[in-house]
Design a protein around this ligand. Structure first.
Ligand SMILES: NC(=O)c1ccc[n+]([C@@H]2O[C@H](COP(=O)([O-])OP(=O)(O)OC[C@H]3O[C@@H](n4cnc5c(N)ncnc54)[C@H](O)[C@@H]3O)[C@@H](O)[C@H]2O)c1
Length: 175
């Protein structure tokens, strides 16, 4: 969250109570125009439930906080089956979704693999013209190839970084 705030985002801490209350403190209303699920089926609970799988929690929260007629983008991954899931339904890829809420609010849902080629050129131009600083925002950190195992481990543990493997030293990764 500190990383997100460093480039101008306002953050909501879902472990500190109902996101609607925190959204209201920021916006004056307890809802947003649209939401992005960038977590997917690997979502976890909070506090005492931090170790518990909660594959539907992000989608249910978004249906709650997005205004009627709004939209939810879902780049976060959902699977057709999750053999290791704790809940038998989730093993079959079924989630406990409060879909009636989303339907009754006429929400639009967009899912699937990100169409990166569609945005490539605009993003490239925005970067070249210093309108966005994606490398700084995602804390891009070049590392030499031999440090890749450490990079993967830290990323798995949730480091607020995107590691870039600098195999030939062009990016000046520190050894
Ligand atoms: N659609 C696509 O083309 C596409 C592309 C890239 C990544 N993805 C998917 O996007 C998702 C995120 O990828 P990533 O690389 O950023 O993963 P990541 O593990 O770095 O980020 C996931 C974040 O979600 C947080 N989280 C877990 N449970 C939560 C909850 N209940 N509420 C709020 N936050 C919670 C974690 O703390 C973590 O910071 C994955 O499912 C990945 O497969 C999809």
């Amino acid at each position: 969250m500190a990383q997100a705030r460093s480039f101008g985002c306002a953050t909501v801490d879902v472990s500190k109570g109902d996101p609607k209350d925190q959204i209201e403190q920021i916006l004056g209303v307890p809802e947003v125009d649209c939401g992005v699920d960038a977590v997917g089926f690997e979502a976890r609970g909070h506090g005492k439930e931090a170790a518990t799988e909660r594959p539907a929690t992000v989608l249910n929260t978004l249906m709650d906080v997005v205004r009627a007629g709004g939209a939810i983008g879902i780049p976060g991954l959902y699977v057709t089956g999750d053999p290791g899931a704790a809940d038998p339904a989730a093993r079959e890829g079924s989630l406990s979704l409060r879909f009636g809420l989303g339907w009754s609010k006429s929400l639009a849902f967009f899912t699937g693999q990100c169409p990166v080629m569609r945005y490539n050129r605009q993003l490239m131009m925005a970067i070249l013209q210093d309108r966005v600083s994606i490398a700084r925002n995602v804390n891009a950190t070049p590392i030499p190839l031999e440090e890749a195992p450490r990079g993967y481990q830290e990323f798995d543990r949730g480091a607020a970084k995107k590691y870039v493997l600098d195999a030939n030293g062009v990016l000046g990764a520190k050894r």
